[in-house]
Design a protein around this ligand. Structure first.
Ligand SMILES: Cc1cc2nc3c(=O)[nH]c(=O)nc-3n(C[C@H](O)[C@H](O)[C@H](O)COP(=O)(O)OP(=O)(O)OC[C@H]3O[C@@H](n4cnc5c(N)ncnc54)[C@H](O)[C@@H]3O)c2cc1C
Length: 435
């Protein structure tokens, strides 16, 4: 932002990719770790000047999504045209997101230094009174000023900063060193991720809820898709160790007839109910259920991650603030984790700019609490929703199955609800309520 260009920024990250100068090519094998970025995140990248770099690499916009479950009782299809948009989101490999942000940093004119090292300790001086920080000079400085945060790195460097932004993931060292408590639990589920190949290009995002968790098939460009498959830890180790052919068969089984039948459109009136009330409607409500494209080959290693929910009880104190997974870790079933983090980054950058504009100290707690007040309700709402979904699908019980099917049908056939769900999932609306 023009207002914050004068700040000096130090980026400390032990990820070896940060120190690497090499570029990857468009036809390199896909990274099995991908993110589904929402239109709100795409706008944030565009504003920061980073989206142009994403576009130089493999990425896949999608304008359709189908969600269904193993009971055969319901399905929902979302289409970007339901909300007068061209796309619902874009799937981007994590290495592309990282490289694009780095290219943007390198080509943007402000003072920054990248430290490819590990944060080992952080101490905060108790008082600001003696230090003479005016809030408009650099964010990192020399140790002559008191009252700053002192960071020590494992390469022997020490840094002093007015503001430490803990963006160091779910096991955040910054969070721990700042003494922020968390609330949360582990799910007895792992996420298995990998890249697969089809005979034809996939252009839709698919998600099917199975008895042990959802499986998502996300287009990533060319003839590749990414799989995010949630299952119990024993199943995940079997999935990792089985032969490639067996795994491909297991994926096709899970995305087709396995565990239960295809949904019947006519069950609650299906596609026809809409035409009774709204013969004019041509939205996705009238689209039939489709079977996803068959997977023909495994195209990457299979990785498994334990899944958990964790939320920091506070995001901010004097000189320290948390964003991204350091503040909140959510279930990946709706691909929202990284988007919540970019939402935090966007909100925090606005608060910092406001502070610079009025000449106050960017590490002041009352300012950082404004950021916390803005983001906490939005993050908690999304966490609660995802946790509710996870729990609703942990039980295979007749009446509950029918209730879930009714929810699917509501989401499929009640247009205002459908529009609200899409806007909420796109990051453009705060809560999934009727407007
Ligand atoms: C199986 C799975 C699938 C997922 N799929 C999606 C998806 O489709 N869409 C989506 O939006 N989200 C998805 N997520 C969630 C998403 O990956 C996270 O929300 C996101 O990576 C969080 O970003 P972050 O930058 O906050 O943390 P991280 O990505 O964890 O990054 C933290 C960084 O901090 C660095 N670091 C940590 N400790 C230190 C230290 N002491 N010193 C220096 N550096 C340090 C690390 O090197 C790392 O680079 C998925 C998660 C899982 C587990």
């Amino acid at each position: 932002m023009p207002l914050t260009k004068q700040l000096t920024v130090a980026i400390i990250d032990s990820n070896p990719a940060l120190g690497r100068k090499d570029c990857f090519k468009k036809d390199d094998p896909p990274d099995p770790r991908v993110s589904t970025v929402t239109p709100a995140t795409i706008s944030f990248f565009k504003d920061a000047g980073a989206w142009q770099y994403v576009q130089q690499h493999r990425h896949a916009y999608f304008d359709r999504m189908q969600v269904w479950d193993y009971t055969g009782l319901g399905y929902t299809r979302y289409n970007a045209r339901d909300v007068d948009k061209e796309v619902l989101g874009c799937v981007v490999e994590n290495k592309v997101l990282l490289r694009s942000l780095l290219s943007c940093l390198q080509n943007t004119d402000f003072q920054k230094t990248i430290y490819p090292s590990m944060l080992t300790s952080m101490t905060l001086s108790p008082s600001l009174s003696s230090m003479g920080v005016d809030g408009t000079s650099s964010g990192t400085t020399m140790p002559t000023c008191g009252g700053l945060a002192k960071l020590e790195l494992n390469d022997g460097n020490s840094l002093y900063a007015k503001l430490v932004v803990g963006a160091d993931g779910s096991k955040s060292r910054v969070r721990e060193l700042a003494g922020f408590k968390t609330t949360g639990w582990k799910y007895s589920q792992n996420g298995v991720i990998c890249t697969v190949e089809h005979a034809v290009e996939n252009q839709c995002a698919w998600q099917r809820f199975l008895p042990s968790g959802p499986i998502a098939l996300l287009p990533i460009g060319d003839k590749f898709s990414n799989i995010v498959w949630t299952m119990d830890p024993k199943e995940s180790s079997d999935c990792k160790s089985m032969s490639e052919d067996d795994f491909v068969n297991a994926v096709n089984h899970a995305l087709d007839h396995g565990y239960g039948p295809h949904p019947q459109s006519q069950l609650f009136g299906g596609g026809n109910i809409l035409s009774w009330f709204r013969p004019d409607v041509t939205s996705s409500s009238s689209e039939c259920f489709e079977v996803p494209p068959k997977v023909v080959k495994l195209a990457s290693e299979r990785m498994a991650f334990p899944l958990s929910l964790r939320h920091a009880n506070q995001y901010a104190s004097r000189r320290v603030v948390l964003i991204g997974d350091a503040a909140h870790t959510v279930h990946p079933l709706a691909g929202q984790g990284v988007n919540l983090g970019f939402g935090d980054a966007s909100a925090l950058s606005r608060v910092i700019a406001e502070s610079v504009a009025v000449g106050s100290d960017i590490g002041e707690v009352h300012l950082l609490k404004k950021y916390e007040a803005d983001r906490k309700p939005a993050n908690i709402a999304m966490m609660a929703l995802l946790d509710g979904f996870q729990k609703a699908y942990s039980v295979d019980f007749g009446p509950l199955n029918v209730l879930r099917a009714a929810a699917f049908h509501g989401a499929q056939y009640i247009s205002p609800l459908k529009r609200n769900i899409i806007s909420y999932a796109s990051g453009e609306q705060r809560l999934p309520l009727f407007s």
